[in-house]
Design a protein around this ligand. Structure first.
Ligand code: NAP
Length: 254
């Protein structure tokens, strides 16, 4: 059968998006709803109104749950009822934290928090949803990686280690689950204007040097990630597996 536009449609699909309150996760959640998915918004702070209102405007549908993903040992008990209630077709592991502190002083409890949210929770959620996707005959997992899945960064050793791990886990899960019709891929955003990069944008020198290196000549916005997310969540990407798709205005090409 030849390709059809509705391969990009997510009508009838249930999609979990973690960290859906702000930034990239919010844009992806609203974007998936715009192409028909029922979105299960996972938040941390009890305040999802903005995302909910954006989805309502599109006449999309959602449910909301609040889970602290840094408490990895409690993820199973919090996520299992969601998986029992919904057939989860799409999991977007977006929630992430950054701690900026030079390696020599980097506090170990911060290292641990970054690892818990950015990689340990990603594995726990992927394992739980992946098992159910295997039983259901397939699914899509999209991990939000980073340019620091490829580069070392400055003063963010825990973040860099966690995001390299995200790229590695993406390939490892893809190798095991491609034959089960589960496509596991990642998106590596470039420099996107969100809370995560507020400190960088407030540092005039760093901000200027970053923009000078981006061929597109601007910081990215959350919406810049939505096309890649819809593609990787949809039938259009059924033969894409274990890939980390860079969406960075050209940064990595320099
Ligand atoms: P953001 O606005 O700070 O979003 C981070 C999200 O993670 C928030 O919605 C936050 O939820 C959630 N989160 C943090 N700690 C959590 C916890 N313990 N439990 C559950 N959720 C938690 O920043 P963002 O830039 O959109 O980040 C989204 C993802 O993109 C992250 O994985 C980040 O590493 C990645 N990324 C960002 C950039 C960039 O330039 N911005 C570049 C590459 C990769 P609450 O708000 O409810 O606390």
């Amino acid at each position: 059968m030849s390709f059809q536009l509705d391969y990009f449609s997510l009508k009838g699909k249930n999609a979990i998006v973690t960290g859906a309150r702000t930034g990239i996760g919010q844009a992806i959640a609203v974007g998936l709803a715009a192409v028909g998915a029922h979105v299960i918004l996972i938040g941390h702070q009890d305040n999802m109104q903005d995302t909910q209102q954006q989805i309502e405007k599109l006449k999309g549908t959602y449910d909301t749950f609040f889970i602290d993903l840094s408490d990895v040992s409690s993820i199973r008990s919090k996520i299992s009822p969601i998986i029992e209630k919904y057939q989860v077709d799409i999991l977007v592991n977006n929630a992430g934290v950054i701690h900026r502190q030079p390696a020599a002083e980097h506090e170990f409890d911060q290292w641990q928090r970054v690892m818990d949210v950015n990689i340990n929770a990603v594995f726990a959620l992927s394992q739980l949803c992946g098992k159910s996707m295997i039983d259901n005959g397939g699914g899509k997992i999209i991990n939000i990686a980073s340019l620091l899945s490829f580069q070392g960064g400055i003063n963010v050793p825990s973040y860099t280690a966690s995001k390299h791990a995200v790229a590695g886990l993406t390939k490892a899960l893809a190798n095991e689950w491609a034959s089960k019709n589960i496509q596991v891929n990642a998106i590596a955003p470039g420099y996107i204007s969100t809370n995560n990069t507020e400190a960088l944008r407030n540092d005039e020198q760093r901000s200027q040097s970053i923009i000078e290196r981006i061929p597109a000549g601007r910081w990215g916005q959350g919406d810049d990630l939505v096309g890649a997310a819809v593609f990787l969540a949809s039938k259009a990407s059924d033969y894409v597996s274990g890939h980390t798709l860079v969406v960075d205005g050209g940064w990595m090409g320099r």
